[in-house]
Design a protein. Structure first.
Length: 328
């Protein structure tokens, strides 16, 4: 069976259409890409990991994902939604005229602001796929979560805009080279750390106790979470499955877990909105961003900042349109 799996891996890698989708880093490391794919094969993957541990130099190190080089002097970096506005040219406000209705985009921004919260954050611990990280960023924004924390030892994950749909523009992103730095930051902010892992004492997702500040940590499907995250965890959880598949894609797991915990936080009343000062700062950053480079429109949008615009009705999320980008 393992041999058949390996043959299938070789066949897939040999297909021109498949190789044509590889990133440049993968294209330069075909043998290493074979190793990475083989690690997912049942039984054979375990044997290969043992071989790597015994004779590390005998097999090329598999590449994880494309990332940006770490340019900051320290081991942490961040980019808030308000900081992104700093690079835009300043524009003057144009106050709305009497009886003028606020634009639909402004009402949509107000709806998002009313639902924004830092009570729940997601932490991605050294994922393998940039598409997975990108999909989680998009899900977090859709649920109204303001922060996403990403640990990646190789460097800052290069998010794929075709997957995020630029959701990162509205979020505060935090990057760390070491899990210890992320743990320190989360603990200092008062978050309890819940790790997705089949560790002793792990509870089903539906039994995770709700508190006022929670961080859900997800690792890669291949490696799981880091030892540092396991050691720092306040608890572990898993999602029970009923089919032959024992685990799901990490971005799917993130979507299910975040929705479940976020919904229960809302029902229990512990989910807190952003402070008025934070909403005000985001309002001044978001309104001109919605103008999409049109300076006159940005000026008109900024004129609504202090007008007390009524939020739009909640959105009804739907599945992807056929043929649109989805997470692999």
């Amino acid at each position: 069976m393992a041999g058949e799996h390996l043959a299938e891996v070789e066949k897939i890698c040999a297909e021109a259409w498949e190789r044509g989708t590889w990133k440049s880093r993968q294209s330069r490391s075909i043998e290493a890409e074979m190793v990475r794919r083989t690690l997912d094969v049942p039984v054979l993957g375990d044997l290969l990991r043992t071989a790597l541990a015994l004779v590390p130099s005998s097999v090329p190190e598999p590449p994880d994902l494309d990332q940006e080089h770490w340019s900051e002097p320290g081991q942490t970096a961040s980019l808030s939604s308000t900081a992104r506005a700093g690079g835009r040219p300043a524009v003057a406000n144009i106050p709305p005229s009497a009886n003028e209705e606020p634009p639909a985009r402004i009402r949509a921004a107000e709806r998002a602001l009313q639902e924004r919260s830092r009570s729940l954050v997601v932490v991605l611990d050294d994922l393998v796929g940039a598409r997975n990280a990108s999909a989680v960023v998009r899900t977090a924004e859709a649920l109204g979560l303001q922060e996403v924390h990403i640990v990646q030892r190789e460097g800052r994950v290069a998010l794929e805009r075709t997957v995020t749909m630029l959701a990162e523009r509205w979020l505060d992103l935090f990057w760390y080279q070491r899990a210890e730095e992320a743990i320190s930051s989360l603990c200092e902010a008062g978050y309890s750390i819940w790790v997705a892992d089949y560790a002793p004492g792990a509870v089903p997702l539906s039994e995770v106790p709700i508190s006022s500040r929670m961080a859900l940590v997800l690792g890669s499907e291949q490696r799981g979470v880091s030892t540092a995250m396991r050691d720092a965890a306040d608890g572990f959880f898993y999602m029970p499955t009923a089919g032959f598949t024992s685990y799901v894609n990490v971005s799917v797991m993130a979507g299910i877990a975040l929705y479940d915990i976020d919904s229960r936080m809302r029902v229990s009343g512990v989910r807190q909105p952003l402070e008025a000062s934070e909403q005000s700062a985001l309002r001044e950053a978001w309104y001109p961003a919605l103008a999409r480079g049109d300076r006159e429109r940005a000026a008109r949008y900024l004129g609504w900042v202090n007008q007390g615009v009524a939020p739009a009705q909640p959105k009804r999320a739907s599945a992807e349109r056929p043929g649109s980008s989805t997470d692999g």
